[in-house]
Write a protein that binds this ligand. Structure first.
Ligand code: NI
Length: 168
């Protein structure tokens, strides 16, 4: 397993649209293991393959306190959602230190493949619903800050550029 580099906003590669996984094989299982290790090391609660510059539809999430409940979604599709929407504060490993409110569906039903390539459906609400929608946006090339005002986005790009200078 390996800890992978996470792309940072406004890296244009974050806007790549991910392709569906054709076959859930050892290559994909290795990618999932590396993504999980990368998410735990960060640490974060969710990661999309897009963020590690792999443009295939793979998401890992772990909302447990003990960090021992990995949830994997391959080729996820939202097949139903509530009319109700909810505002929640979001952050992102690709936009470190930035948190803001985003409106999402309050409840969703997602269909995806598991690590064995078998389809499953899951109903989610609360933080899990937020997290799945946030990570699925990554697969579509969308970062949560794109829901914010242009002024906020511009400020965030400035903060990220400052971070880059500190690292360099
Ligand atoms: Ni994110």
């Amino acid at each position: 397993m390996a800890v992978l580099d996470i792309l940072r906003y406004p890296d244009t590669r974050l806007h790549t649209v991910a392709k569906p996984v054709k076959q859930v094989d050892e290559r994909v299982r290795t990618l999932v293991a590396d993504m999980a290790q990368t998410m735990y090391a960060a640490p974060g609660i969710g990661l999309a393959a897009t963020q590690v510059d792999v443009h295939e539809q793979v998401i890992v999430i772990d909302l447990s306190d003990a960090r021992d409940h990995l949830q994997v979604f391959i080729n996820p599709v939202i097949i139903a959602h509530s009319d109700e929407r909810a505002d929640g504060e979001e952050g992102c490993l690709s936009v470190p230190g930035i948190y803001d409110e985003v409106e999402r569906f309050a409840r969703i039903t997602v269909r995806a493949l598991n690590l064995d390539g078998q389809p499953f459906e899951l109903e989610a609400s609360g933080l899990l619903a937020v997290c799945i929608q946030h990570e699925m946006d990554h697969l579509k090339g969308k970062v949560f800050v794109q829901y914010l005002s242009r002024l906020k986005q511009s400020r965030i790009r400035g903060k990220m550029a400052k971070l880059d200078r500190q690292v360099a």
